[in-house]
Design a binder for this molecule. Structure first.
Ligand SMILES: Cc1ncc(COP(=O)(O)O)c(C=O)c1O
Length: 356
């Protein structure tokens, strides 16, 4: 059995939701639970967020939304990428899902389909150039949807490319473009703020906010830690020591013999590796053991990794925190040359989930 364990802290999730509310007290909240709630488990996280009063949930794909409905979640769920074909529109309506429309084929499918929907969000591309109608197309899209009828509410949303860098001028350019579109179409709902914008530009606005990463207690900002932002880690990833090796100065550890002991000492072997989703590229990342911090020694392998514990007392069975309250997931991500978004999402099913 795997020694790895993922513990999800519901109180930390509620605390981070409260941080969203502190930043934007008047804003309805569309909480991102796509990609299994950033690896935390979508059904469980959605249940906690629903009980804590969020207004809607956001997913990328229809099957993610259907899984939430099958688990009994009744909140509005927004399909952020809409649909690729039009076959599933009946299902979207039956399940009372909200749909994003971001390109012409989706719009045509919706115009031809005879059913009714509770809400459609028009996505406008204000500069990210990934999804969305061009700003000058938005008025015609809104008019077509209004004329079609059968859509109870229409909203306008955009996504920001550079909000994690507070000084980047692209954010203001995108927000200005969005504001111009809004003036041109006057729709019932609007939404542009992800975690980074919520945290860097708090205020009284009534537009929908779409927090993702901050709910899970990691930092969306390049230059500020989660702790500085008063965000609490929701996920704790742990495993156990499965062996302890005594080394002589000069002994090598792991594949490729990339790490050599500088002095006599000990190496603890921990039962987690890239097969569990721990990043293979993490070099000298910190871990916590018996209240102390140590660093990885050598390469991460599929099922285990090694840590340099010098001459300290450690024993088989000791718990090791890979990330959580002692080791910020953002720190491990930096050691692995990636972002906490990726590390959280890519844990495999090997690690047992435990909710508290
Ligand atoms: C459309 C959209 N809105 C909001 C978010 C949430 O972003 P973050 O996790 O940075 O808050 C995402 C995440 O990728 C997204 O794709």
């Amino acid at each position: 059995m795997s020694e790895s364990r993922v513990t999800i802290d519901g109180a930390a999730l509620r605390h981070n939701l409260q941080r969203v509310r502190q930043c934007r007290p008047a804003a309805p909240i569309l909480a991102m639970v796509k990609a299994e709630a950033y690896g935390h488990g979508a059904v469980a996280v959605a249940g906690i967020l629903a009980a804590a009063g969020v207004d809607a949930l956001g997913v990328a794909h229809l099957d993610e939304a259907l899984a939430l409905r099958a688990a009994g979640l009744r909140l509005p769920i927004t399909l952020l990428e809409g649909l690729v074909g039009h076959e599933a529109l009946d299902q979207v309506a039956e399940q009372r899902l909200h749909l994003v429309v971001h390109q012409a084929q989706q719009l045509h499918a919706l115009l031809q389909w005879p059913g009714a929907l509770a809400r459609v969000w028009i996505k406008v591309n204000t500069g990210m150039n990934r999804l969305g109608f061009r700003p000058q197309e938005v008025a015609a899209v809104a008019q077509a949807l209004h004329q079609r009828g059968g859509i109870a509410e229409i909203g306008l949303l955009t996504h920001l490319a550079c909000a994690d860098e507070a000084q980047d001028p692209q954010t203001d350019q995108q927000l200005q473009s969005f504001a111009e579109c809004r003036r041109a179409v006057a729709l019932e709902h609007a939404s542009f703020a992800n975690s980074a914008l919520i945290l860097t530009r708090p205020g009284p606005g009534h537009d929908w906010v779409r927090p993702g990463l901050m709910l899970y207690g990691a930092s969306p900002l390049a230059e500020r830690s989660a702790q500085e932002l008063d965000l609490r880690p929701v996920m704790r990833l742990t495993s156990r020591v499965i062996a302890v090796q005594t080394l002589r100065a000069g002994d090598a550890v792991g594949y490729g013999a990339t790490w050599r002991a500088a002095r006599d000492g000990r190496i603890a072997i921990v039962g987690i590796g890239y097969g569990d989703g721990y990043p293979r590229t993490a070099t000298a990342a910190p871990v916590a053991l018996r209240g102390r911090r140590y660093r990885l020694a050598g390469r991460v392998s599929m099922d285990m990794l090694a840590i340099d514990v010098a001459c300290d007392e450690v024993a088989v069975g000791d718990e090791v925190e890979l990330w959580g309250g002692q080791i910020a997931v953002d720190t491990v991500a930096a050691c692995a040359g990636t972002l906490s978004y990726e590390l959280l999402c890519r844990l495999t099913q090997r690690a047992l989930r435990h909710y508290e």
